[in-house]
Design a protein around this ligand. Structure first.
Ligand SMILES: Nc1ncnc2c1ncn2[C@@H]1O[C@H](COP(=O)(O)OP(=O)(O)OP(=O)(O)O)[C@@H](O)[C@H]1O
Length: 297
């Protein structure tokens, strides 16, 4: 689980303009016609990758030979001028090909990546079921980490105390409560983090289908639990390649392509447009994929 915004977050950056290839201008309201609880205005995000020494030396020699400028880093725009408003009650499916920028968009909404330029406003408690365990302190015990994770989700000690019993019950880790997290296995870590994140009722649930939460038996429990959190959340944003799940869970679809919004509209229309282009079968054509959640660890 990742750090999240507990009440109101806003990022604004951007002396640097977003790159070319705009996906549209900022909107002050969402498709449902209400006030947005998440609003991105002209958000762009650039990753900079630094090459290692050996590569740089080799590259420097080649660059010298070819008489071109040497650089030990390269930049890549993962999101380009994205504007999007999402309101309470909406369930938004983010779809698109590999490397399109879907997970990056989710991480920007979670506050994990600040935009390189543009503005982001998020109102409400966010539960990002994206990177389980990202907010943990490995020197502290499991119990201390429950409180720490709860605080990151916007819940104080008293609120978490009322929930901790159910967290141990669901995770099956009660006997390890006092053990420092550095002695937990990766499956135990993801079970604990998942149990905390799904025990609280977030306003905004950010969900990445690539989430991994433990072994096969826990996976079945996790599936049920995710469906119940989806029911309780005011806003759900789901990144998935599974068109059946997207169609079942979401009301609105946002198709991301090369870091821009290619299409935004009712989920089934967006799925149809996307599947026509990429040649996948649509849910109606009989995909038997199951809903998102978890791969066995
Ligand atoms: N931390 C990072 N540093 C550099 N580049 C990154 C980083 N994270 C993602 N990228 C690049 O940004 C682009 C978008 O990645 P992202 O994970 O958002 O794609 P995606 O649409 O979620 O893909 P997939 O469907 O395969 O999960 C990719 O080209 C990826 O290589």
């Amino acid at each position: 689980m990742s750090p999240s915004s507990a009440t109101k977050t806003s990022w604004s950056s951007g002396s640097e303009p977003g790159p070319a290839g705009s996906s549209g201008r900022a909107e002050s309201s969402d498709r449902a016609g209400g006030a947005s609880v998440i609003e991105l205005s002209g958000v762009s995000l650039r990753f900079t990758t630094y090459h290692d020494k050996y590569y740089s030396l080799k590259r420097a020699c080649i660059d010298l030979f070819l008489r071109r400028e040497t650089s030990n880093h390269s930049a890549f725009w993962a999101l380009r001028d994205v504007s999007l408003g999402i309101a309470r009650g909406e369930r938004v499916g983010i779809l698109g090909p590999n490397g399109a920028g879907k997970s990056t968009l989710l991480r920007v909404m979670a506050g994990i990546y600040p935009p390189t330029s543009g503005r982001l406003r998020v109102e409400g408690r966010v539960a990002p079921l994206i990177e389980l365990g990202a907010g943990f302190n490995y020197e502290l015990s499991g119990e201390d980490n429950v409180y720490l994770n709860g605080a990151l989700l916007g819940f104080d000690r008293r609120e978490m105390r009322a929930r901790i019993d159910r967290i141990w019950e669901f995770s099956g880790l009660r006997q390890f409560a006092g053990l420092p997290l550095k002695y937990y296995s990766s499956g135990m870590l993801s079970r604990l983090s998942f149990a905390v994140a799904t025990e609280v009722a977030p306003d905004i649930l950010l969900l990445d289908e690539t989430l991994s939460v433990g072994d096969a038996s826990f996976k079945a429990k996790a599936h049920e639990r995710i469906m119940s959190v989806i029911e309780r959340s005011s806003v759900v944003i789901l990144v998935s390649h599974d068109m059946t799940s997207l169609s079942k869970i979401c009301t609105r679809g946002v198709w991301i392509d090369h870091g821009t919004i290619r299409r935004d509209g009712p989920i089934d229309e967006v799925i149809q447009a996307y599947t026509e282009e990429v040649g996948h079968s649509s849910p109606a054509a009989g995909s038997n994929h199951e809903i998102p959640t978890a791969d066995a660890a």
